[in-house]
Design a protein around this ligand. Structure first.
Ligand code: ADP
Ligand code: MG
Length: 594
């Protein structure tokens, strides 16, 4: 017993300490790539190449090659020691620190949980380069070799000795998407560096490094995005802000294309992202986000970068003031700009190769509501009616309007809730969007061959996606096809949408595919949800009538009829309630009748 007490606490050996520390810095392959590229930037590289190899099982190797300053033989070996850094000497240096790294932890952490090969040649370092091989933190080889100036680090077998970590890795698709997003952000924050990112031999991101942000944006996203941007530039007190934000005609359902670098760092600064969004005020509907490429420079004394092991989060002092300045700058830039969208709704139609040519002025192409004009007026009535009828068509109408309806329509509240009476007499409040979502979801999942119920778009819609979006799209492509979409890839990250499923109800809106892809990227996938399931939920959500849509009594009753025929009318595919009910007793109680 006594002995037991004495021995309960002991010091961990260094290898264990390193593995624990590694968990904080390298959570996933994307963090490895981020740390290695940051080192290349710190080494003054002007060209950085990232090569990824991945298979079904996961990412098998990541290689980063730069033309930076390189390392001598001693440093090359020493770089893998925990807390070894060339960037700061004492904590006070942090206030002046201009490099991305300073903790001296990345290489040690990565090497502790993988197999690393480093080849480096110091600038003006004489004849020979150095090769270092480390596996699970153990030095396996140091040798002289030949190589051009710069550094190449190859990481493979990631997490081979930390099986628990390995088990919790996300799907290859989402990992590649995360890395692609990271590379886009690096390119945007460093327009002076040429980046090349290759996944399994396919070029995903490629920039020239001309030093011009606009050129970089064109290289990444094409002129479709670049043409919709307006410049922002201010210098106020400790802050200077520069870059581009989108006109309201170009928006996204998530924050993935809001890039805000702070002092040339990629960080997650939600407050600043929200400040950018706030600059749009009512120019964007609540659930939409702009596209933005902004660089925020702060006096380093205002920024604490040492609050997160992977440096993903920073502390900004006087954050509220800084955010208010950001909001003001964005709002002024928008006020000064000509915001009339060139193409209604900002979607791109295929003009030249369109065989039907002048049919393009048809009804279907003016229906897409402009941003901010959340589906009001006659056009939106037609739209929601069409949507509702479409789901009815594919659901079959047996027992709908002829028999006695199960839920009896009483009224609509606020364009969002339907009041109805249940068979047992309870009062129901039905969330119209959630209800329609449930109906569509069951239809999408029930019919295996929805492909037959696809409608061809008169004019194919061209989607120019970001490299990250297109990576995700590729993962979902077979499922999209199965569900009635027809997409054709032509050119890098560019797709023509030729058909959409009938239940989406709105021909001419191939752009909806972009929103669907946007959601697929941003919504965290619940454990065990496969791609087909995720897609079904997303399609249902996008096809469903929105809250805020005034419906006629006929439309409401039809929706109630459809809902009563679903298997699980009580919750939407995301698990939120579709309806709440009040018994007569409960109401009597509320009114003091009992
Ligand atoms: P930190 O970046 O915080 O200093 P790291 O573990 O990432 O810590 O790197 C340790 C050291 O290795 C760096 O300080 C730098 O001197 C050297 N180093 C790492 N990567 C490179 C590279 N690509 N080129 C030149 N030197 C590098
Ligand atoms: Mg580093």
């Amino acid at each position: 017993m006594a002995e037991h007490h004495r021995n309960r606490i002991r010091l961990l050996d260094q290898a264990t300490v390193n593995q624990i520390a590694a968990g904080e810095v390298v959570e996933r392959p994307a963090s490895v790539v981020k740390e290695l590229v940051e080192n290349s930037i710190d080494a003054g590289a002007t060209r950085i190449i990232v090569q990824l190899e991945s298979g079904r099982e996961g990412i098998t190797s990541a290689r980063v090659t730069d033309n930076g300053c390189g390392m001598g033989a001693e440093d090359a070996r020493f770089a893998f020691t925990p807390h070894a850094t060339s960037k700061i000497a004492r904590i006070g240096d942090l206030d002046r620190c201009r490099t991305l790294g300073f903790r001296g932890e990345a290489l040690a952490s990565i090497a502790a949980v993988s197999h690393v090969t480093l080849v480096t040649m110091e600038r003006d370092g004489g004849q020979s380069a150095t090769e270092v091989i480390i596996r699970g933190g153990d030095l396996e080889k140091v040798a002289e070799t030949g190589a051009p100036t710069g550094t190449t680090i190859t990481v493979s077998d990631l997490f081979f000795n930390t099986p628990a970590r390995k088990k919790f890795q996300k799907s290859v698709g989402s990992e590649v998407a995360a890395i692609t997003r990271t590379m886009e952000a690096f390119a945007i924050t460093n327009p002076g560096i040429a980046f090349l990112f290759i996944n399994n031999g396919n070029e995903r991101v490629s920039t020239e490094g001309s030093g011009d942000l606009f050129d970089t944006i064109v290289a990444l996203y094409g002129s479709g995005v670049a043409d919709e941007l307006i410049p922002v530039s201010i210098a106020e007190g400790p802050l200077s802000l520069g870059g581009y934000v989108s006109k309201p005609s170009l928006s996204r359902p998530n924050i993935y294309q809001v890039f805000v670098g702070i002092n040339n760092r990629q960080v997650y600064a939600r407050a600043v992202v929200d400040a950018v969004r706030a600059g749009y005020g009512t120019l964007l509907p609540d659930n939409r986000y702009p596209v933005a490429f902004l660089s925020l420079m702060l006096d380093p004394a205002y920024l604490d970068v040492n609050v997160h092991p992977a440096k993903r989060i920073v502390h900004i002092s006087r954050e509220r003031d800084i955010c208010a300045m950001v909001t003001g700058a964005v709002s002024r830039a928008l006020k000064g700009a000509d915001l009339v969208p060139r193409v209604p709704g900002g979607f791109h139609t295929l003009q030249k190769s369109d065989p039907t040519g002048n049919v393009s002025r048809g009804y279907d192409h003016q229906v897409r509501p402009g941003p901010g004009v959340a589906e009001a007026g006659h056009g939106s009535f037609l739209l929601s009616d069409r949507r509702l009828r479409q789901s009815e068509l594919s659901g079959g109408t047996a027992g709908s309007d002829d028999g006695v309806p199960e839920f009896i329509y009483l009224g609509q509240y606020n364009g969002a809730y339907i009041l109805a009476q249940a068979p047992v007499g309870d009062l129901l409040l039905v969330d119209q969007h959630a209800a329609h979502e449930r109906v569509l979801y069951e239809q999408v999942t029930a019919s295996r061959d929805l492909g037959q119920e696809a409608q061809e778009l008169l004019i194919p819609t061209i989607l120019t996606l970001s490299p990250a979006e297109s990576g995700v799209l590729r993962e979902y492509l077979p499922h999209l096809q199965e569900k009635g979409f027809s997409l054709e890839e032509f050119g890098k990250d560019t797709y023509a949408v030729r058909m959409v499923p009938v239940i989406l109800g709105k021909p001419g809106d191939g752009e909806m595919v972009r929103d669907i892809v946007g959601d697929l990227i941003s919504l965290p996938r619940k454990h065990g949800t496969d791609s087909g399931e995720q897609l079904a939920r997303t399609i249902a959500c996008h096809g469903a009538v929105k809250a805020g849509t005034v419906l006629t009594s006929g439309q409401c009753q039809r929706l109630l009829n459809q809902l009563s025929r679903t298997n699980e009318p009580w919750t939407c595919p995301h698990g939120r309630p579709v309806m709440v009910s009040f018994t007569r007793d409960r109401l009597d109680l509320l009114f003091g009748r009992k």
